[in-house]
Design a protein around this ligand. Structure first.
Ligand code: SF4
Ligand code: SF4
Length: 191
């Protein structure tokens, strides 16, 4: 089968409110070669491989797609986008699925959406993530008093490696990213 040149990839829709139909359009030239799966560093942890996910998108299997944790585990490394022989915007399509799932308040994606929001709220407040505040915001959002216990071993491990800081905020960086966050809110129609 003849493939389209890498120089003319389909463009990702500009709107932040990309629909499943738009996402299907983004991957419509998929030939199911599996290169995305073979390139993905997170495929081993996914319940459906990236190739299978794109097949589900093409078939319009909305329930299956939003029950899957595949797109939530995408770390936006761009390996699949760079190697797809059809030049498809796969990383953008994964991001669009995350946005669609968050907008639809999909139950399986709720913890991930709260995790993202807590991370971004901490970054917005301080100009960088403050790990202890970020996790506190996440635990509050999850409303599960036992959840901190689940994360305690990981927290202790990170502290032991000097990767987790619990110092009080100094105010440095406060408001430094407000303009960027305001612009994103405007683009997403939230302002
Ligand atoms: S690498 Fe591209 S063409 Fe191949 S399966 Fe993945 S999305 Fe489809
Ligand atoms: S961008 Fe996402 S789906 Fe693609 S290879 Fe990286 S982690 Fe996997």
């Amino acid at each position: 089968m003849k493939t389209s040149p890498r120089s003319t990839p389909p463009e990702a829709p500009a709107s932040a409110h990309t629909s499943l139909t738009d996402i299907r359009e983004m991957v419509s030239a998929c030939i199911q070669c599996g290169t995305c799966t073979g390139s993905c560093p997170n495929a081993h942890a996914m319940d459906h491989t990236p190739r299978q996910l794109w097949r589900m998108v093409l078939m319009g299997e909305q329930d299956l797609i939003f029950k899957s944790k595949t797109f939530a585990l995408c770390s936006a490394c761009y390996a699949c986008s760079l190697r797809c022989p059809r030049g498809l915007p796969l990383t953008e399509a994964m991001a669009a699925l995350k946005q669609a799932a968050a907008r639809a308040n999909v139950p399986a994606f709720r913890p991930s959406a709260r995790f993202y929001r807590s991370f971004l709220e901490s970054v917005r407040r301080h100009g960088r993530v403050r790990e202890s505040e970020f996790m506190t915001l996440y635990f509050l959002a999850m409303k599960n008093p036992l959840l901190p216990l689940k994360f305690a071993p990981l927290g202790l491990k990170l502290m032991g490696k000097g990767k987790l800081h619990v110092a009080l905020p100094t105010g440095a960086g406060r408001g430094a990213l407000d303009a960027i966050f305001d612009k994103v809110a405007e683009l997403e129609g939230r302002s």
